[in-house]
Design a protein around this ligand. Structure first.
Ligand code: 13P
Length: 252
């Protein structure tokens, strides 16, 4: 049985002070999630990570939004795994479509980062998803399959089960135009079948999230689908009251 997961991707939002306020106020909400056997987390900017770790209740997952695979070196503007580990970060989002689109992040680059994270006993959240154009051409499955195969290249089953996948159709991100639960399940079920072709029955252990205009009002629909194990949420994860409503409606 896969444990449900709600992860809030704050993107480039919240100052350190605002992130701290959220962390301090999240105690009861995190306790509620834990009591209902749900994993919950947030992904602040690099600036917000430390204060959230220091001020959040135990049990809140705190994820970075990117990392570099090298331990240190001449990589201006980057942050390494030992730096994240040093402040207690164990999760990292990789390959978000905004990073792929604006910062040329590739599936191959994500693959190297995933291997480095796993070697450090950290959890990658590997994002995939197609553009509106690809969706309209009916090429979603082959596009996403390519991202999955490249992302998981050379990763054995024993490590693959530690990775979380997030399927986020780009046309649904921040647009208010969420994918229907049928579309989300169709693609996520397909992703699981691709993982099964690589890892056999172990693919059943890999958590796959849906993301793209998830709100308190629609999260329950996605959770009713058999292959969807939770959500990666942008806008609706920023305010405490809506984050709390997301958890409540995810629990059902
Ligand atoms: P929204 O929930 O704001 O559509 O963003 C989704 C997303 O990109 C999460 O990573």
């Amino acid at each position: 049985m896969r444990k449900k997961l709600l992860l809030g991707n704050w993107k480039m939002n919240k100052t350190a002070e605002e992130a701290k306020e959220f962390a301090l106020a999240s105690k009861e909400m995190v306790a509620y999630a834990i009591a209902h056997n749900v994993d919950v987390g947030v992904a602040p900017t690099f600036i917000g990570l430390q204060t959230v770790v220091e001020n959040a209740p135990e049990g809140l997952i705190v994820a970075a939004q990117n990392v570099h695979e090298a331990d240190h070196g001449a990589y201006t503007g980057e942050v390494s795994i030992p730096m994240l580990k040093g402040i207690g970060i164990k999760w990292v989002i990789l390959g978000h479509s905004e990073r792929r689109g604006y910062f040329a992040e590739t599936s191959e680059a994500c693959n190297a980062k995933m291997k480095a994270l796993i070697a450090n006993e950290m959890t990658p959240v590997y994002c995939c998803g197609e553009s509106l154009e690809t969706f309209e051409k009916g090429q979603t499955k082959s596009f996403v399959e390519d991202q999955i195969r490249k992302g998981f290249e050379g990763i054995p089953a024993s490590d693959a089960v530690k990775i979380v996948v997030a399927y986020e159709p780009i046309w649904a991100i921040g647009t208010g135009k969420s994918a229907t639960k049928e579309i989300a399940e169709d693609t996520i079920g397909y992703i699981r079948s691709v993982l099964a072709s690589l890892y056999g029955e172990e693919a059943e252990k890999i958590r796959i999230l849906y993301g793209g205009s998830v709100k308190p009002g629609n999260i329950a629909e996605y959770m009713s689908e058999k292959d969807i194990d939770g959500a990666l949420v942008g806008g609706a994860s920023l305010a405490l009251d809506s984050y709390r409503a997301l958890i409540e409606n995810l629990v059902g």
